[in-house]
Design a protein around this ligand. Structure first.
Ligand SMILES: Cc1cc2nc3c(=O)[nH]c(=O)nc-3n(C[C@H](O)[C@H](O)[C@H](O)COP(=O)(O)O)c2cc1C
Length: 339
């Protein structure tokens, strides 16, 4: 069924297809037929960061940046949904076209640039949701905020979403906001993590509830970088790490007509790089700090391999665009086999 829909959608330019598909999901949800169209997914409960997930396969950030489609997406069988990245104030993102399909590689290149409607809009949408499942909210910084003031944007994001999120993701790894990924290294990372922890504990005091915070990192990191991130996360008491975002490497798609488009590459070509980061993090952290594995999951095997490498949960984005909701069922079943 999804194959037919996908063939029609793929005739449209990627961003248009994306918006059209999300509207279609909303429409089917309102008609009450979405459940019937989605595969039946048997529960595979898991507790991570103190939260109960009905299954370990979630939707990664970026598909529903404004939480406009939570109810529909929440009806497809995901174990959790991460919305965002949301920035303190709305921003348009980069000029179009800014998303490219590489079907031969089951991949996408995007340079969206955190196009989103800002915190107020997202909170309003979250407050109106019917979705009852686990909700992650991914926060970032506005493009116009200089890196040395990024702390203030992340603090704004955390405090604004604190009472609504089950967990919060701090995104320091998008390649499409100039300089953002510099926040993953050295003193910039340590200082930022200290500020994030401080904001989280302030909010805990104010609202009387502890909401875990995870940090999302890039796959383009050498072994030393991975070790540094792991120790900084541990020292500052961050609750989880999401590995990984898209890659700036084009090695795996060299020669493709879109290979030289600027932006982040996702889907099958990022699978190995993401796995390498997960393995490196797990070697440092063991089970002390949960890893959420994302990058290049296109079938059951690629999902299970991330869990075997040490991830406690996984997320999908590009594979979901290519495979539809069947991917969720396949991933859950493959993970069930290794439990
Ligand atoms: C079009 C597009 C937009 C994305 N936007 C975001 C975003 O706003 N925030 C974020 O943390 N990750 C974003 N991502 C990255 C995904 O969440 C994910 O980490 C990455 O694509 C690797 O997973 P995949 O291979 O399953 O797609 C985006 C990815 C794509 C393809």
């Amino acid at each position: 069924m999804y194959g037919v829909i996908r063939n029609l959608l793929f005739r449209l330019p990627p961003e248009q297809a994306h918006n059209f598909a999300l509207k279609g999901i909303d429409f089917a949800d309102r008609l009450g037929v979405l459940n019937a169209l989605s595969p039946k997914i048997d529960a595979l409960p898991v507790n991570v960061m103190g939260l109960d997930f009905p299954n370990p396969v979630g939707l990664a950030a970026g598909l529903d940046k404004n939480a406009d489609h939570l109810d529909g997406l929440g009806n497809l069988g995901f174990g959790f949904i991460e919305v965002g990245t949301v920035t303190p104030v709305a921003q348009p993102g980069n000029p179009k076209p800014r998303m490219f399909r590489l079907p031969e590689h089951q991949a996408i290149i995007n340079r969206m640039g955190f196009n989103n409607d800002g915190l107020d809009h997202l909170l309003e949408r979250v407050d109106k949701r019917r979705y009852k499942g686990v909700l992650g909210i991914n926060v970032g910084k506005n493009k116009d905020t200089p890196n040395d003031q990024s702390e203030s944007d992340y603090r704004k994001g955390i405090s604004a979403v604190y009472t609504r999120a089950d967990y919060i993701t701090v995104n320091v790894s998008s390649p499409n906001t100039p300089g953002l990924r510099d926040l993953q290294f050295g003193d910039s990372l340590k200082d930022l993590l200290i500020a994030i922890k401080d904001e989280q504990l302030k909010c805990e005091k104010e609202y009387g509830r502890y909401v875990p915070v995870a940090v999302k990192i890039a796959p383009d990191m050498d072994d030393e970088g991975i070790r540094f991130v792991a120790s900084a996360l541990r020292e500052t008491g961050i609750d989880g790490v999401i590995a990984t975002n898209t890659t700036v490497s084009r090695e795996a798609v060299a020669g493709h007509v879109h290979a030289n488009e600027a932006g982040g590459l996702s889907g099958a070509p990022v699978r190995e790089a993401s796995l390498r980061v997960i393995r490196g993090l797990y070697a440092e952290l063991g089970d002390s700090l949960p890893i959420i594995g994302v990058g290049g999951i296109t079938d059951g095997d690629s999902a299970a391999e991330k869990i075997r490498a040490g991830a406690k949960l996984v997320q999908v984005y590009t594979g979901f665009i290519y495979r539809g909701p069947e991917l969720i069922r396949e991933a859950v079943e493959a993970i069930r086999q290794i439990k």
